[in-house]
Design a protein around this ligand. Structure first.
Ligand code: AMP
Ligand code: MG
Length: 296
């Protein structure tokens, strides 16, 4: 399928410096009308579903999609709209909120490791271990609540080491057949303000509102700085970050679909070929089924 835009423009090249202030939160739409948007999204979804069924049949590789962004950046909506055509048996979504007591009693990767996709599956993380270098970094009280030994927290390389751990963890997963694709949904502060107001004003959206969202908003610059560092430190050739302009939700969904699609196309997935034993079993089964009719 011909894709509408080169996705490389959104990929964070390893070791490249990232300037979020200078990175677009909005670009020209990839659709020309409501109908055009719906039909483009539908065709991308169909093709993602096609590759997903081959991934599932192969039972060798897995795909992990990680979504990060400020509150109301559109993570949940993107996951719903882009993945809705996928066979639910082959796809699992997990949202990571504030850690529970049990989760805090373990190392920070633990709860995410438990949710990694099996071979053949697409796993989707709505937030992830990346929160550990984002909200945990921006808000000292969150770090203080993690019960880490004081000398470790004070270490001058504390954050640098966390980035190193995450890179190693992802490299390990890559060597185990997991393709990781990471999306930062980049919204402007103005757009977030509009969306938070909509959550307050629209009764159907009230349930999404948390007062804590305003607290995070009040640390906007610190979060952007933390995201910047994170994108620079953890985008690798094997497990790249993509910065998705997210002020236009529909455009963001088209971009995300294309990124998933191109990455899955590159995996060169193939239906497994039947082994000699299976070919033998198929012949036996055919004979048994055909004999049923003959015996009637
Ligand atoms: P939401 O995605 O709107 O359900 O919000 C989940 C909240 O959980 C966000 O405010 C996140 O910053 C917060 N959160 C996620 N992971 C962690 C973590 N490891 N430590 C503290 N807060 C977290
Ligand atoms: Mg929220």
């Amino acid at each position: 399928m011909k894709l509408a835009c080169p996705i490389s423009q959104f990929r964070v090249a390893p070791d490249k410096s990232v300037k979020l202030k200078k990175t677009a939160t909005k670009i020209d739409p990839l659709y020309t009308s409501d109908d055009d948007y719906e039909s483009k999204l539908a065709s991308y979804r169909e093709e993602i579903a096609h590759w997903q069924s081959i991934l599932y049949a192969g039972q060798q590789e897995s795909v992990l999609l990680i979504f990060q962004g400020m509150d109301s950046a559109g993570k949940g909506g993107a996951i719903r709209h882009v993945m809705s055509g996928i066979n639910p048996q082959g796809c699992q979504v997990h949202s990571f909120g504030r850690p529970s007591e049990e989760e805090l009693a373990h190392d920070y990767l633990w709860r995410c490791l438990l949710r990694l996709p099996r071979r053949g599956m697409i796993g989707i993380f709505d937030r992830s271990y990346y929160e550990e270098v984002l909200v945990v970094r921006v808000k000292p009280e969150v770090l203080a609540g993690q019960n880490l030994p004081a000398d470790l927290v004070k270490h001058k390389n504390f954050w640098k080491d966390r980035f190193h751990d995450i890179r190693q963890h992802e490299a390990y997963l890559h060597r185990n057949g997991t393709k990781i694709i990471k999306f930062f949904l980049h919204v402007s502060a103005d757009e977030q303000r509009e969306r938070l107001l909509a959550r307050i004003d629209d009764p159907e959206k009230n349930w999404k509102f948390r007062l804590g969202d305003l607290d995070c908003r009040s640390h906007w610059a610190d979060f952007q700085k933390a995201y910047q560092d994170c994108l620079e430190q953890t985008s690798t050739t094997e497990s790249p970050w993509y910065i998705v302009p997210a002020d236009d939700k529909r455009n963001a969904r088209l971009i995300i679909s294309q990124i998933i699609l191109q990455n899955m196309q590159k995996m060169e997935l193939q239906l497994p070929s039947a082994s000699p034993a299976l070919i033998q079993d198929l012949a036996t089964a055919r004979k048994l089924l055909q004999d049923e009719v003959a015996e009637r």
